[in-house]
Ligand binder design. Structure first.
Ligand code: DC
Length: 223
Protein backbone atom coordinates (compact mmCIF):
# COMPACT_ATOMS: atom_id res chain seq x y z
CA UNK A 1 0.00 0.00 0.00
CA UNK A 2 1.41 3.37 -1.03
CA UNK A 3 2.05 5.60 1.97
CA UNK A 4 3.90 8.90 1.93
CA UNK A 5 5.17 10.68 5.04
CA UNK A 6 5.92 14.40 4.99
CA UNK A 7 7.35 15.96 8.13
CA UNK A 8 8.89 19.34 8.73
CA UNK A 9 8.89 22.52 10.76
CA UNK A 10 6.20 25.14 10.94
CA UNK A 11 5.91 27.40 7.90
CA UNK A 12 7.61 25.05 5.42
CA UNK A 13 4.35 24.87 3.47
CA UNK A 14 3.74 21.22 4.35
CA UNK A 15 -0.05 21.29 4.37
CA UNK A 16 -0.60 23.04 1.05
CA UNK A 17 2.21 21.12 -0.67
CA UNK A 18 0.94 17.82 0.79
CA UNK A 19 -2.58 18.58 -0.37
CA UNK A 20 -1.48 19.22 -3.93
CA UNK A 21 0.89 16.24 -4.13
CA UNK A 22 -1.86 13.91 -2.87
CA UNK A 23 -4.39 15.39 -5.31
CA UNK A 24 -2.06 14.83 -8.27
CA UNK A 25 -1.30 11.28 -7.17
CA UNK A 26 -5.01 10.60 -6.68
CA UNK A 27 -4.56 9.57 -3.05
CA UNK A 28 -5.98 10.97 0.20
CA UNK A 29 -4.13 13.48 2.35
CA UNK A 30 -4.31 13.12 6.12
CA UNK A 31 -3.45 16.36 7.89
CA UNK A 32 -2.45 14.99 11.30
CA UNK A 33 -2.08 18.48 12.80
CA UNK A 34 -5.87 18.80 12.39
CA UNK A 35 -6.30 15.80 14.71
CA UNK A 36 -4.17 17.43 17.45
CA UNK A 37 -6.16 20.63 16.97
CA UNK A 38 -9.41 18.65 17.36
CA UNK A 39 -8.21 17.26 20.70
CA UNK A 40 -7.22 20.79 21.72
CA UNK A 41 -10.73 21.98 20.90
CA UNK A 42 -12.41 19.11 22.75
CA UNK A 43 -10.29 19.87 25.81
CA UNK A 44 -11.10 23.58 25.93
CA UNK A 45 -14.79 22.90 25.24
CA UNK A 46 -14.87 20.47 28.15
CA UNK A 47 -13.66 23.36 30.31
CA UNK A 48 -10.28 21.71 30.88
CA UNK A 49 -7.02 23.66 30.97
CA UNK A 50 -4.81 22.24 28.16
CA UNK A 51 -1.86 22.61 30.56
CA UNK A 52 -3.45 20.05 32.92
CA UNK A 53 -1.97 16.79 31.63
CA UNK A 54 -3.83 14.56 34.10
CA UNK A 55 -7.22 16.03 33.17
CA UNK A 56 -6.48 15.88 29.41
CA UNK A 57 -5.30 12.27 29.74
CA UNK A 58 -8.44 11.36 31.71
CA UNK A 59 -10.68 12.93 29.04
CA UNK A 60 -8.95 10.83 26.35
CA UNK A 61 -9.14 7.62 28.39
CA UNK A 62 -12.86 8.23 29.04
CA UNK A 63 -13.37 8.39 25.25
CA UNK A 64 -14.55 11.99 25.40
CA UNK A 65 -12.08 13.34 22.84
CA UNK A 66 -12.69 10.85 20.06
CA UNK A 67 -11.12 12.16 16.86
CA UNK A 68 -11.96 10.84 13.44
CA UNK A 69 -11.74 11.96 9.86
CA UNK A 70 -13.78 11.33 6.77
CA UNK A 71 -13.43 12.55 3.22
CA UNK A 72 -15.84 14.53 1.07
CA UNK A 73 -14.85 15.14 -2.56
CA UNK A 74 -11.28 14.25 -1.58
CA UNK A 75 -11.19 16.87 1.21
CA UNK A 76 -10.64 16.01 4.86
CA UNK A 77 -13.48 16.53 7.33
CA UNK A 78 -12.24 16.38 10.92
CA UNK A 79 -14.63 15.17 13.61
CA UNK A 80 -14.47 15.16 17.36
CA UNK A 81 -17.07 13.11 19.25
CA UNK A 82 -18.93 12.82 15.95
CA UNK A 83 -19.14 16.59 15.42
CA UNK A 84 -17.64 18.31 12.35
CA UNK A 85 -14.96 20.73 13.61
CA UNK A 86 -13.11 21.26 10.29
CA UNK A 87 -13.48 25.05 10.39
CA UNK A 88 -13.32 25.61 14.12
CA UNK A 89 -9.93 23.92 14.56
CA UNK A 90 -8.30 26.69 12.49
CA UNK A 91 -8.64 29.22 15.32
CA UNK A 92 -5.61 30.54 17.12
CA UNK A 93 -7.03 29.12 20.35
CA UNK A 94 -7.29 25.58 18.95
CA UNK A 95 -3.72 25.89 17.64
CA UNK A 96 -2.38 26.93 21.01
CA UNK A 97 -4.31 24.16 22.78
CA UNK A 98 -3.05 21.67 20.17
CA UNK A 99 0.56 22.58 20.78
CA UNK A 100 0.08 21.90 24.52
CA UNK A 101 -1.89 18.64 24.28
CA UNK A 102 0.42 17.25 21.57
CA UNK A 103 3.11 16.91 24.27
CA UNK A 104 1.14 14.32 26.22
CA UNK A 105 1.92 10.62 25.59
CA UNK A 106 -1.72 9.49 25.93
CA UNK A 107 -2.89 12.00 23.32
CA UNK A 108 -0.15 10.89 20.93
CA UNK A 109 -0.84 7.19 21.56
CA UNK A 110 -4.53 7.65 20.77
CA UNK A 111 -3.96 9.69 17.59
CA UNK A 112 -1.02 7.67 16.25
CA UNK A 113 -3.11 4.49 16.54
CA UNK A 114 -5.93 6.07 14.51
CA UNK A 115 -3.48 7.49 11.92
CA UNK A 116 -1.96 4.04 11.38
CA UNK A 117 -5.40 2.46 10.94
CA UNK A 118 -6.35 5.07 8.35
CA UNK A 119 -3.09 4.59 6.43
CA UNK A 120 -3.72 0.83 6.30
CA UNK A 121 -7.12 1.25 4.69
CA UNK A 122 -6.15 3.25 1.61
CA UNK A 123 -3.10 4.70 -0.16
CA UNK A 124 -2.42 7.92 1.72
CA UNK A 125 -0.12 10.85 2.23
CA UNK A 126 0.28 11.93 5.84
CA UNK A 127 1.82 15.20 6.95
CA UNK A 128 2.88 16.13 10.46
CA UNK A 129 5.90 16.15 12.74
CA UNK A 130 6.46 12.47 13.58
CA UNK A 131 5.05 10.60 10.57
CA UNK A 132 8.30 9.16 9.16
CA UNK A 133 10.03 8.40 12.46
CA UNK A 134 7.00 7.14 14.45
CA UNK A 135 3.64 6.77 12.69
CA UNK A 136 4.71 5.10 9.45
CA UNK A 137 8.23 3.72 9.88
CA UNK A 138 7.67 1.60 6.75
CA UNK A 139 6.30 4.39 4.55
CA UNK A 140 6.95 4.02 0.81
CA UNK A 141 8.51 7.49 0.85
CA UNK A 142 9.57 9.79 3.68
CA UNK A 143 10.15 13.46 2.98
CA UNK A 144 11.50 16.03 5.40
CA UNK A 145 10.29 19.32 3.97
CA UNK A 146 12.03 22.35 5.32
CA UNK A 147 13.20 25.86 4.43
CA UNK A 148 15.50 28.29 6.18
CA UNK A 149 13.95 30.20 9.09
CA UNK A 150 14.39 33.40 7.04
CA UNK A 151 12.52 31.95 4.03
CA UNK A 152 9.71 30.71 6.28
CA UNK A 153 9.45 34.08 8.04
CA UNK A 154 9.32 35.86 4.67
CA UNK A 155 6.48 33.60 3.52
CA UNK A 156 4.57 34.24 6.73
CA UNK A 157 5.06 37.96 6.27
CA UNK A 158 3.70 37.72 2.71
CA UNK A 159 0.67 35.71 3.91
CA UNK A 160 -0.09 38.39 6.48
CA UNK A 161 0.35 41.12 3.86
CA UNK A 162 -2.20 39.34 1.64
CA UNK A 163 -4.66 39.58 4.51
CA UNK A 164 -3.88 43.28 4.83
CA UNK A 165 -1.90 42.80 8.05
CA UNK A 166 1.55 44.21 8.63
CA UNK A 167 4.18 42.67 10.84
CA UNK A 168 7.82 43.13 11.64
CA UNK A 169 10.27 40.67 10.02
CA UNK A 170 12.45 40.38 13.14
CA UNK A 171 9.42 39.53 15.30
CA UNK A 172 8.15 36.87 12.87
CA UNK A 173 11.64 35.37 12.55
CA UNK A 174 11.92 35.17 16.35
CA UNK A 175 8.54 33.37 16.47
CA UNK A 176 9.64 30.87 13.81
CA UNK A 177 12.86 30.14 15.72
CA UNK A 178 10.97 29.79 19.01
CA UNK A 179 8.47 27.31 17.47
CA UNK A 180 11.37 25.29 15.97
CA UNK A 181 13.05 25.12 19.34
CA UNK A 182 9.82 24.04 21.05
CA UNK A 183 9.02 21.37 18.42
CA UNK A 184 12.56 19.97 18.29
CA UNK A 185 13.24 19.81 22.02
CA UNK A 186 9.96 18.45 23.39
CA UNK A 187 10.34 15.22 25.35
CA UNK A 188 7.85 13.09 23.40
CA UNK A 189 8.33 12.53 19.65
CA UNK A 190 10.25 15.73 18.91
CA UNK A 191 10.39 16.95 15.33
CA UNK A 192 13.35 15.34 13.60
CA UNK A 193 14.29 14.03 10.20
CA UNK A 194 13.93 10.24 9.95
CA UNK A 195 17.23 8.61 8.96
CA UNK A 196 15.71 7.33 5.73
CA UNK A 197 13.85 10.55 4.86
CA UNK A 198 14.74 12.59 1.81
CA UNK A 199 15.49 16.22 2.64
CA UNK A 200 13.64 18.73 0.48
CA UNK A 201 14.78 22.27 1.21
CA UNK A 202 12.31 24.66 -0.40
CA UNK A 203 14.13 27.88 0.57
CA UNK A 204 14.90 28.59 -3.08
CA UNK A 205 11.87 26.85 -4.60
CA UNK A 206 8.38 28.11 -5.28
CA UNK A 207 5.24 26.09 -4.60
CA UNK A 208 5.11 24.41 -8.01
CA UNK A 209 8.80 23.42 -7.88
CA UNK A 210 8.35 21.93 -4.42
CA UNK A 211 5.31 19.92 -5.51
CA UNK A 212 7.19 18.70 -8.61
CA UNK A 213 10.22 17.65 -6.55
CA UNK A 214 8.09 15.52 -4.21
CA UNK A 215 6.10 14.04 -7.09
CA UNK A 216 9.36 12.90 -8.69
CA UNK A 217 10.37 11.21 -5.44
CA UNK A 218 6.93 9.60 -5.13
CA UNK A 219 7.08 8.25 -8.67
CA UNK A 220 10.56 6.82 -8.06
CA UNK A 221 9.42 5.25 -4.75
CA UNK A 222 6.33 3.73 -6.36
CA UNK A 223 8.48 1.97 -8.93
O1 DC B 1 0.53 21.63 11.83
P1 DC B 1 -0.45 22.23 12.82
O2 DC B 1 -0.14 23.66 13.24
O3 DC B 1 -1.89 22.09 12.40
O4 DC B 1 -0.26 21.34 14.14
C1 DC B 1 -0.95 21.61 15.34
C2 DC B 1 -0.09 21.17 16.52
O5 DC B 1 0.00 19.75 16.60
C3 DC B 1 1.33 21.69 16.49
O6 DC B 1 1.63 22.28 17.75
C4 DC B 1 2.20 20.49 16.28
C5 DC B 1 1.35 19.33 16.70
N1 DC B 1 1.53 18.15 15.86
C6 DC B 1 2.23 17.09 16.36
O7 DC B 1 2.73 17.16 17.48
N2 DC B 1 2.37 15.95 15.62
C7 DC B 1 1.84 15.87 14.39
N3 DC B 1 1.98 14.73 13.69
C8 DC B 1 1.13 16.96 13.85
C9 DC B 1 1.00 18.10 14.60
Amino acid sequence: MLSIAIDGPVGAGKSTVADEVARRLGILHLDTGAMYRAVGLAVTEAGIDPADEAAVTALCLEGKARVDVRYENGGQITLVNGQDVTCRIRSQEAGTAASMVSRYPEVRRMLVRRQRELAQEKPMLLDGRDIGPVVLPNASLKVYLTASPEARATRRLNQLAEKGETADFATILAEVNARDHQDMTRAVDPLRQAEDAVLVDSSEMDFEETVAAILRLAEAANG
